[in-house]
Design a protein around this ligand. Structure first.
Ligand code: ADP
Ligand code: MG
Length: 519
């Protein structure tokens, strides 16, 4: 009997060389995982490591391309969530699937395979929520509930099926610290009853606090398996982000000119239950500098971008200084007029209007900020020819692959649209460029074009803030590096003093371990 066979028989769940491909891309690339009865097992890994893809296969949401799953020693084929539940697997997803207009009990009823009276469900939900320390009113409307309460519905919903394994996908990423503490108590209760928990997280501290074992993923492969309490945050971070590249010299390290962008201890309340609050964010970027902001998605990156761009003006005017002028309460167009350039993460509908041609998109972003160049007179007469020329120039310099001369933005592939939007901003040579995920969805060749263009822009004296989840990109481009975690921005460190391990620690929220290199 092979080693994995033995493990499969002593484990509650055992995954053997599982592969999930999307096209040619392997999101999970031969993963082995064993979960013992009664353990809290962490699945740890940076964004895009393949964690959600793996657990979706365990819950019957995705079908594995290759590999085998064993449940209590038996090979199983989990074709649907209903089958997963039947086996005894429950799952709390990263994104909730609740109907706001319905009550808690009604939402739970909808997820049950058989029909049960609302009264019975309410009764059961009440007793479960009492037993597991998950306070919940079955008759409350979901619309009135906090994110933490919504998550409790999902947990109670999973518990109703009396599962032996409960999977939670980044449950604390939407919780306050207090709500997280409460969740940890619940997980301890589940464990004490002999149930197993598969706990997905990128937060080192909480994994060390509550998990018995951890399997670490990186680029779809297992990079380590350990008892997290016996590791240090540094060793966990190393498994998570890889230690093969210790220190990468950025291509360009100076010179520094005057400060072009400054944010002064700015706190911003969350705009929706799913938004992140920004907490006392300060930053300063000089001419010639590229500040790379690392972090796992959902830690306040888009909120930070929105306050820097003016998409979401703040209430203190001098909290944000752009090219020496206070702009905090200004919107995006006044900021563009004094030298700002902004490329958001969400391309469709945010960076570009998909129903319009590329040249109309160019005009749309410019007619307010570059008045006189493409439009003139009180009626805003459009210099169509100049716009077409600029569009052609951008497409050529960024190698935008398109069908036809001036197609609709929506007809471009995501990567090519990104190249166009980056090219559009870069061509204006903004004094300050703020960009969120500059090469997201872009192929390797185009990514290096975009990165080189940012380096060239800084060399010519612009200041750049580059928010990116891609550590390789940050090391390649940034002259200074900070990390954002739960809405807090760490101090910036000179790029040549940074290692992946240190960034990993900052990304996990462990600020101030080494505070000596701040500048
Ligand atoms: P994690 O949960 O660890 O952040 P995911 O499992 O969500 O990572 O994603 C792993 C990789 O697989 C990512 O690069 C992601 O873009 C890709 N991916 C996930 N789902 C799909 C899909 N349906 N189609 C194509 N690529 C996908
Ligand atoms: Mg995920």
């Amino acid at each position: 009997m092979s080693h994995s066979r033995v493990e499969a028989q002593t484990s509650l769940l055992s995954v053997h060389k599982i592969v999930k491909r999307f096209g040619a891309f392997a999101a999970c690339d031969g993963i082995d995982l064993q979960i013992a009865p009664g353990e809290i097992h962490a699945l740890l890994g940076e964004n895009g490591a393949g964690k959600s893809t793996l657990v979706k296969m365990l819950f019957g949401v995705l079908t594995p391309t290759e590999g085998a799953i064993f449940w209590k020693g038996q090979a199983v084929d989990i074709a649907s969530p209903a089958e997963a539940r039947k086996l005894g697997i429950g799952m709390v997803f990263q994104h909730f699937s609740l109907f706001e207009a319905l009550t808690v009990a009604e939402n739970i009823a909808l997820s049950l395979d058989r029909s049960v009276s609302i009264g019975d469900i309410a009764e059961k939900a009440r007793s479960l929520s009492a037993a597991y320390g998950l306070p919940l009113d079955p008759f409350a409307h979901v619309a009135d509930l906090s994110v933490g309460e919504r998550q409790r519905i999902e947990i109670v919903r999973a518990l109703l099926q009396n599962p032996q394994l409960i999977i939670l996908d980044e449950p604390t990423s939407v919780l306050t610290p207090q709500e997280a503490d409460r969740l940890f108590e619940t997980l301890d209760k589940l464990k004490a009853e002999g149930r197993s928990v598969l706990y997905i997280s990128h937060r080192l501290e909480e994994v060390q606090r509550i998990c018995d074992r951890a399997t670490v993923l990186r680029h779809g492969k297992v990079t380590g398996s350990c008892a997290p309490r016996q590791e240090t945050p540094a060793s966990l971070a190393r498994m998570m982000v890889g230690a093969e590249v210790a220190v990468v010299k950025p291509d360009y390290t100076g010179p520094r000119g005057p400060e072009l962008l400054r944010v002064d201890t700015l706190s911003v309340r969350p705009r929706s239950p799913f938004a992140m609050a920004l907490k006392e964010v300060s930053l300063s970027v000089r001419a010639g500098e590229i500040l790379g902001i690392a972090g796992v998605a959902g830690n306040g990156q888009s909120e930070l971008f929105d306050i820097l761009s003016g998409e979401y003006p703040v209430n203190r005017h001098d909290a944000i200084m752009l090219c020496g002028k206070a702009v905090g309460t200004s919107g995006i167009n006044p900021r563009r007029l004094i030298g700002g350039g902004f490329v958001p993460e969400e391309r469709h509908g945010h960076g570009a209007v998909v129903g319009l041609s590329l040249s109309d998109n160019l005009l749309l972003s410019r007619h307010r900020s570059d008045r006189g160049h493409y439009t003139s007179g009180a009626l805003g007469f459009i210099h169509r020819h100049a716009v077409q020329e600029a569009t052609a120039r951008i497409c050529e310099s960024m190698d935008v692959r398109k069908s036809g001369h001036d197609p609709d933005a929506g007809s471009l592939s995501g990567g090519n649209l990104q190249k166009f939007i980056m090219g559009r901003e870069l061509e204006r040579k903004p004094a300050v460029l703020v960009v969120n995920q500059p090469t997201w969805g872009v192929d390797a060749g185009a990514a290096s074009t975009i990165r080189q263009a940012m380096i060239d822009l800084a060399r010519q004296g612009s200041a750049i803030v580059m928010i990116s989840q891609d550590l390789d990109e940050i090391f390649e481009v940034a002259t200074s590096i900070a990390a954002i975690s739960e809405g807090r921005l760490s101090p910036a460190y000179a790029a040549d003093t940074m290692t992946r391990e240190r960034i990993g620690l900052l990304m996990g929220g462990l600020h101030g371990l080494e505070g000596d290199h701040a500048h």
